[in-house]
Structure formats: C-alpha cells, structure tokens
Design a binder for this molecule. Structure first.
Ligand SMILES: Cc1cc2nc3c(=O)[nH]c(=O)nc-3n(C[C@H](O)[C@H](O)[C@H](O)COP(=O)(O)OP(=O)(O)OC[C@H]3O[C@@H](n4cnc5c(N)ncnc54)[C@H](O)[C@@H]3O)c2cc1C
Length: 457
C-alpha cells in the first residue's frame, strides 16, 4: 500500500484528476494480454515530460516502484505492476503526434500515440510507417519501442528498432536524456537509444520518439503458396529469399493449424495441405510486383508447392489473409489452454526447428500447432494442454527454449521477456552476460524502482 502522503505529493505534481487509487482503477490497470493480474497501489497520468521527471524523482527519493504502461497489450507481463507501486499511464495525455517533417521523412510523437493513428496520419501525407504489430489498433508506440515490436511487414521492412532515430527519456533521478538524432547517420557517443529499445520499461521512461518514415509503396498484391509438407514450406522460405524474393510478409501455417482452420472455420484450403505460406509483395511500379510474384512462384514450386494463388481483388486478398489472421483462434480445438511462445531462429534452421518442436510435442503427448512470421524466422509455438497439465506444459516449453537456443535462436522474437519468460533467461545468457545486464540496469536505475523483477533482472 502506498502512503497517503505520497499520494498527496504525486497529486500535487499531476493534479487530482490525474491520479487514482480506487478499486475500479486498480482492477482496470492490473491486466495485460497475459491475463495475469497484479493490482497497483495507484495509477498516475502524467501530462507531459516535466510531470514524468518530477514523478520519477519523487518515487526514486521515496523508493516507490513505477511501471510505465502503454495500452497493456503485452504478451509477457511487461506492463504488470508485479511489485505493486504506481502505474505511469501514457494513454491519457501523452498521446500526441507532435510533428511530421515530410522533407526529412520523420515523425515526432509522444509515447502514448496508438500505432495505427500514426500510420493513418502519415499515409494521408503519402508516407509510410511500416511496423504493424497485429495489435496496431490499440498498442502504443511507447510500448512498441519498449518491446521492439514486429509485425506482418517485418520480412521486408524490419522491426520497430529500424525506425527509431532518436528519443527522449527520463531517468529515475528525474534527468531528461536525449539519445540519437534526426539524421540518417549518427555515430557520436554510445547508442543509448539502442539500449532503451526493447528494455521493457526497466531503464527509463520514454517521453518522446523520433521515428523514420519512408515513401508509401504504390502497388501491392497478396499471394499464397500451398505445400504438402511443412518441411517443404520452410525450405521454400529461405530458398526463395536467397533467390531474390523480397516479400513484405511471408507468414506460415503448419498442418495442425490448417486442420483447425478447415474444421473450425471451413477455410478454403486443401485437406492434404501440410504447410502454407501467405503474404504480400509491393513495389512502386506494377513490374516490380510482378517480378516478386514470379520469383516466389518459381522458387515455391521448385521446393514442392502444389499450388500458388494470387489474389485478383481486395475480396480475394482478404480471403487469403483470413486463414493467417484466424490461426490463433482456430487452434483452440486442440486444448483448453494454450502456452504461446514466440521463438525465433535463423531462417535456414526453420525446417529443423519445427521437426524438433513436433518431436518434443510427441514426447509429452501435446499437440503443438505452429504459425507465424516465417520470413523473419519467428515461430509462434502453441503448446496445447488441458489446464491440469500446466507443469508438464512448462517443462515442454523449457525443452523447446533449450533446443532453440542450441541452434542459435532466441527466447523471443517480438513479445519480450517480462515476467513470463524471466525464469528462462539463464538458458539464453550465461552468468557474465546476465551480470552485464544487471550493471546496465544499475547505471540507469540504481534503486531498482523501474519495473523491478522484469526480464529476470
Ligand atoms: C492480439 C495481439 C496481437 C499482438 N501482435 C503483436 C505483433 O504482431 N507483434 C508484436 O511485436 N507484438 C504483438 N503483440 C504484443 C503487444 O501488442 C506489443 O508488445 C506492443 O508493443 C505492446 O504495446 P503496449 O502499448 O500495449 O505496451 P504495454 O503492454 O503497455 O507495455 C509493454 C512494455 O513497454 C513498457 N512501456 C510502455 N510504455 C513505456 C514508456 N513510455 N516508457 C518506458 N516503458 C514503457 C511497459 O513497462 C512494458 O514493459 C500483440 C498483442 C496482442 C494482444
């Protein structure tokens, strides 16, 4: 519980309409997409960077724990106040697009801006902000930067980190720091912005982001390749990319997902399909798009594709994407609880990784339907269990993590570590590496008041 004197002091900073400690607010800010619950002691809505600075300094002096929060759509518990304290919620006031510099193709935003709002705003000006997590309609850019969010367009356009040119942030002692510049090139000093990206709110609170924009491509088409085995599909991923294909997205569905989509949603896919690749290609002239489609079709067929579909119009585009967009909800036919991880491997390891995941599933007698961002080597692994099998499920996940790390992969491609993957950090990093992380944390936040316990630190 936070003392009343602290609440009054924080209220003096932000005004009484921007701080709450009633039960309804505590419940509303106790969740994220993990559905785990931790109630904070208070929720505070800073109005600007100055408020953030004063709040952090006050909390640091009084050792009050703070968790910054965007939309609370994280999948690993990053925004959960696992140790109580206050939630610093960005969505109410710090949600403005401050500037779009069309000449330098740069947007300056506050962290609470919703991803899709920025996309729409810049597209009206002929520009493009590519990172598009599936949560784009509600997740915030501050949350996206703090998790280094990926999205459907990452295969061609990269991740959130590839668009962060500069940022402003507040340290726990109240210092406002600037990192990066509005320049394409900048090698002066340490890459502090790089350290803050994906730091899950453990080092500093982001207050302003300068994001790179690019011209919006003019033409786009949707394709789908159907394969009899997931192995063929996975080989086609890295072979088509090294053959020169540069799709915006290359998403995949495995045999179990295809089965579920047909059974639950009647999706139009062949019953004997073992793997599907679906995505978009784009370009500034139609010939560029045609070249991409031709390269993909040839390469897919060389790798065993039995069918290559190209959407003729918007309705067909939606139909091809429908399967991928509904993959997650369809697989509930395999179990009442889904343990969902987002491992990532070098793309050429995709066939081997999937083979081993299925073998681990057989050992534990769990179905493990997989889908995801094959073009990025990022697999959404879904261990389907009955709720009574949770301990076995976690052992199965641990084995998958170990296997993935052994083949040069990582625990998370985009969802981060938070609380849910914290116990597994020792699989991915040795003691010296973890100690370096702790030292970095200490340099930013010596009193450990910012999101303590996250990322296994
Ligand atoms: C249906 C669904 C689909 C999703 N699809 C994707 C996807 O395709 N790709 C993907 O990468 N993720 C995806 N996610 C996960 C999630 O949306 C992303 O991690 C997103 O970036 C979180 O943004 P948020 O605003 O909700 O942040 P929150 O969940 O509120 O916070 C996430 C982390 O960021 C920190 N944080 C937030 N704001 C600040 C700030 N101003 N300063 C410092 N730290 C801050 C928090 O402390 C926390 O650690 C999905 C989630 C859902 C529910």
């Amino acid at each position: 519980m936070i003392e009343k004197t602290h609440l009054q002091a924080l209220s003096n900073i932000v005004g009484k309409d921007n701080i709450y400690d009633d039960k309804a607010h505590m419940i509303a800010y106790s969740y994220d997409a993990t559905r785990t619950r931790f109630e904070p002691d208070a929720v505070v809505f800073p109005r600007n960077e100055e408020d953030v600075s004063k709040i952090l300094k006050y909390c640091n002096d009084n050792r009050i724990v703070i968790t910054a929060r965007g939309a609370g759509s994280g999948f690993t518990g990053g925004a959960l106040p696992a140790n109580g304290g206050i939630i610093l919620a960005m969505e109410k006031h710090m949600n403005k697009i401050l500037e779009v510099d069309t000449e330098n193709m740069v947007a300056v935003v506050q962290p609470g801006v919703v991803n899709m709002d920025l996309q729409k705003h810049v597209e009206a000006l002929g520009l493009f902000y590519p990172p598009d997590p599936a949560s784009e309609e509600y997740s915030t850019l501050g949350g996206n930067v703090s998790e280094n969010a990926g999205g459907m367009r990452a295969a061609k356009y990269g991740l959130t980190k590839d668009y962060v040119m500069a940022l402003r942030a507040v340290r726990t002692n109240g210092d406002i720091i600037r990192a990066g510049k509005r320049t394409i090139k900048d090698v002066a000093g340490y890459n502090v912005a790089g350290i803050l990206i994906a730091s899950e709110g453990t080092l500093a609170v982001l207050t302003e982001l300068t994001l790179k924009l690019i011209p919006k491509p003019k033409f786009k088409k949707t394709y789908m390749g159907i394969f009899l085995s997931v192995d063929n599909a996975m080989n086609a991923v890295f072979k088509s990319l090294s053959a020169g294909a540069n799709p915006v997205a290359m998403e995949f569905l495995d045999k179990l997902v295809i089965e579920a989509l047909i059974e639950k949603l009647g999706v139009n896919l062949p019953k004997d399909a073992g793997g599907v690749l679906v995505g978009d290609v784009d370009g500034n002239v139609p010939e560029e798009v045609e070249f991409q489609l031709k390269t993909l079709e040839e390469s897919f067929k060389e790798n065993g594709a039995v069918e290559f579909r190209i959407a003729k119009d918007e309705a067909e585009e939606k139909e091809l994407w429908y399967a991928r967009r509904n993959a997650s909800q369809s697989i509930t036919i395999f179990g009442n609880k889904k343990l969902n991880e987002d491992i990532s491997v070098p793309r050429s390891m995709l066939p081997k990784a999937l083979e081993k995941i299925y073998a681990i599933g057989e050992k534990y007698n769990f179905k493990i339907p997989c889908f995801g961002h094959a073009g990025d080597g990022n697999i959404h692994v879904n261990v389907m269990i009955d709720i009574s099998q949770i301990d076995e499920g976690h052992k199965c996940i641990e084995e998958i993590f170990q296997m993935v790390v052994d083949m040069g992969g990582t625990l998370s491609g985009e969802h981060g570590i938070g609380t849910s993957k914290a116990p597994f950090m020792g699989i991915a990093f040795n003691e010296q590496e973890l100690q370096l992380f702790r030292n970095i944390k200490k340099a930013f936040d010596p009193n450990n008041i910012l999101n303590p316990g996250k990322m296994g630190l």
